[in-house]
Ligand binder design. Structure first.
Ligand code: ADP
Ligand code: MG
Length: 233
């Protein structure tokens, strides 16, 4: 599903450059649930943003579902992004003045999905995350955990091949974090490929594989026995 070879990325800092990714190699098969771990500043978000086509690497190869991701113009990149990828962020990134349902439906509008189908799909995914009853509520009327579930429904509504989550539980207390991980595990159980950036060990062990980043390289990449989040809640 994802194949990267010798990925490098630097940020220009005046006349210097900060070399953040120094030759990353890894492969993710369809249906995997992978945690990306590493201390703050180790390049986790940089890597995820490149995988999510929100940023580009300086060198290296990236193939997503058999498609080489290279030298794409904005339109093509946006099309692939919509087709292949769903994003979940620490801060939810919901629109404050729109209801839960409207937030979930909005990306479908930009993908030119007809109005009726948008509404139906948004409601279907809100239902899947257990928030059908909250469809007309604004983000300010929902808890942090509920808002993250709205954000997950929004990511799922485009029916992407891969979900990318950057510290999805970073703003949540541990009980709520486990509820969100329970949902992520259930989505993965249905066969969706998911990558989760985290710096919390318990969250990482709720995945099936942990990739450790340090000083711009992968220092460890291991399969783990998955801890089910539902045993904690
Ligand atoms: P992590 O997500 O693991 O905390 P990041 O990928 O966000 O790490 O950042 C890795 C390093 O790159 C950090 O030192 C950060 O300050 C730096 N960095 C990230 N984004 C930029 C940017 N747009 N410009 C300059 N430096 C950046
Ligand atoms: Mg980060």
């Amino acid at each position: 599903m994802i194949e990267i070879k010798d990925l490098h990325k630097s940020y220009k800092m005046g006349s210097n450059a900060l070399h953040v990714l120094k030759g990353i190699n890894f492969t993710v098969e369809e249906g995997e649930l992978v945690a990306i771990m590493g201390s703050s500043g180790s390049g986790k978000s940089t890597l995820l943003n490149i995988l999510g086509m929100l940023d580009v690497a300086d060198s290296g190869e990236y193939t997503l579902d058999g498609v080489p991701i290279k030298n794409l113009n904005e339109t093509k990149a946006a099309n692939y992004r919509n087709k292949f990828l769903g994003f979940i962020f620490q801060s939810f990134n919901l629109i404050n003045y729109k209801s839960a349902l409207e937030n979930v439906a909005l990306p479908l509008y930009y993908q030119r999905v007809p109005r009726k189908e948008r509404q139906e799909r948004a409601m279907k995914y809100l239902d899947q995350v257990g928030l059908k009853e909250w469809a007309t509520h604004l983000p300010s009327e929902l808890s942090g955990g509920q808002n993250q579930r709205v954000a997950i429904a929004r990511a799922m509504a485009s029916e992407p091949k891969v979900l990318l989550a950057d510290e999805p539980t970073g703003a949540l207390d541990s009980t709520t974090s486990y509820e969100v991980m329970d949902l992520i595990q259930k989505i993965n159980d249905q066969g969706n490929t998911i990558l989760v950036v985290t710096h919390e060990d318990d969250i990482a062990h709720m995945c099936k594989r942990i990739v450790y980043l340090k000083d711009g390289i992968i220092v460890e990449d291991k399969k783990v026995k998955q801890v089910r989040a539902s045993t904690h809640v």
